[in-house]
Design a binder for this molecule. Sequence first.
Ligand code: 6R9
Length: 643
Amino acid sequence: MADDIIEVKPEIAATAHIDAAKLAAMVAAEARDAEAFWRTEMGRVAWMKEPTKIKSVDFTGDVSIKWFEDGVLNASVSCLDRHLARRGDQVAIIWEGDDPNSDAKVTYRELHKRVCKLANAMRRLGVKKGDRVCIYLPMIVEAAVAMLACARVGAIHSIVFGGFSPDSLSSRIQDSECTLLITADEGRRGGRKVPLKANADEALLTCPSIRHVVVAKNTGGAVEMMAGRDHWWDAITSGEGETCEPEPMSSEDPLFILYTSGSTGKPKGVLHTTGGYMVWASFTHENVFDYRDGEIYWCTADVGWVTGHTYIVYGPLANGATTLMFEGVPSWPDNGRFWQVCAKHKVNIFYTAPTAIRALMRDGEAPVRKHDRSSLRILGSVGEPINPEAWLWYYRVVGDERCPIVDTWWQTETGGILISPLPGAVAQKPGSATLPLPGVKPALVDNDGNLLEGATEGNLVMLDAWPGMMRTIYGDHARFGQTYFSTFKGMYFTGDGARRDADGYYWITGRVDDVINVAGHRMGTAEVESALVAHPAVAEAAVVGMPHEIKGQGIYAYVTLKAGVDSTEALRKELVAWVRKEIGPIATPDAIQWAPGLPKTRSGKIMRRILRKIAANETEGLGDTSTLADPGVVQELIDNKVG
Ligand code: 6R9
């Protein structure tokens, strides 16, 4: 099954932006003269001053990555102003509410106006180029307006997913010393309310850098407003002008920071800059989804994640697309919701996560078949490996074997898609992200950094830079080099493992570091561990991923209690609730096992390899345990495995 090949359909190749011959020509052109290739592609965005220097990259030493460095632009102009003459009245954003009876359409002209008004208000509040602005909003149009208004005035936005706790919000605001927070009274998800402003109030008790808070009225729920600090969005924007001078930004000026999990306890502020990111967002959105003028494009991600940044807002808007923004969840009011929205808005391109597909698969074909999906043309997948079974169901049931599936591999750090089939050019294999895009140079290396050739398996690295890659970790350039370029000298290390088959296709096998992927959400096991040990009853904790049918991976925690504390069911529940409160619901542990001891080496390192195997019920081949300080704990853990 996994070796199925789904050839490119001639009718798709015939009209696609890129067919196999064009792709081969692009790859050859890029290989011959990368600078010339990107000099042409940079024309995708609107420059105030055209760059003359294309690429300047050094993956060694202090690590320096610059694209189009002497160019000047403003991302909001590429997404808005330049479209006004031709598509002012075209819908830019279709908003579909959590409540199936609420929706809205916003044209490019209207979006431009709303962005300018907020940008003017932000300037009036003292926000200047380079200031950091935190955005903590639900999936409402204001989220896109806030992002683009930041870009307009040259402020660096840092979006924190609305599902994160006050503590997580606070630490992200503190790390980049944001001066403004943009939030809403409440969010809505699956018929429930999320108390965003109340969470923000709690977070702000420990955020001295915040001077102002802008609050969008969404549900109309009661909130406290602190005089002098908090302002209603409508009140501060209503008197503002409908145009706003865009801040001229150098290509390498930052556009946004987005925090993401790594192997350590502290999330990293991944920093993206303006020119290269915008070119990459536009290039990949148009080519991977074969986006055509007038099509309705829907990415189901949340703007709190990188997928929402690049493929709900910046990529589609740069390309003058109509992008659908969905506030709800796939399973509410019923599990046909995705397909009902596709039918209602005649969606042509649909981009979602494997975890959603697997959850919907459980309910069978009827909820899908009930809705008209004839508008669908291209399907996409992102966030985690898609198992062939889910891939084939997506292909057969959702796409009626008519729509190519683009399984897009990328990361917060990469800014946009790096490995993916192009629908008119690359044959698909269910479960494989297939081939790199032009300009992307993946390789597999062994643990010593030796390049592996041919069909093989190893650590996935990138040998050279592409325009959209991250430039640094905010405030910690040394950590940037250390995290991504020191494991394998002179190469960008993705943290993923992959297999390459005889056709050169890549099959991502998952993270090889201490990052787990829970329902497409990236989580550092160390973050969950530090939340657990912050509880007064916990002495020590070790967290690993365990296989989970729907979420891909679940969170399995081994907890050692302090002496004298009883391991009760009540305490187990309390710890689950504690982690939810500390980090947010996405970090809810799926299993907690009481561990009187943890397997450690004689030097005191926890042997996670063993803990992962126990959690996965793979206790046959535990490998060498002879280096353990106390080999007896392993059997104890196996005997008391939960679930
Ligand atoms: C875009 C995004 C990145 C990690 C990445 C990898 C996993 C993403 C994937 C995939 C297999 C795909 N991942 N897409 N694995 N196939 N198509 O998800 O960014 O949240 O930073 O996660 O997600 O493990 O390293 P981010």
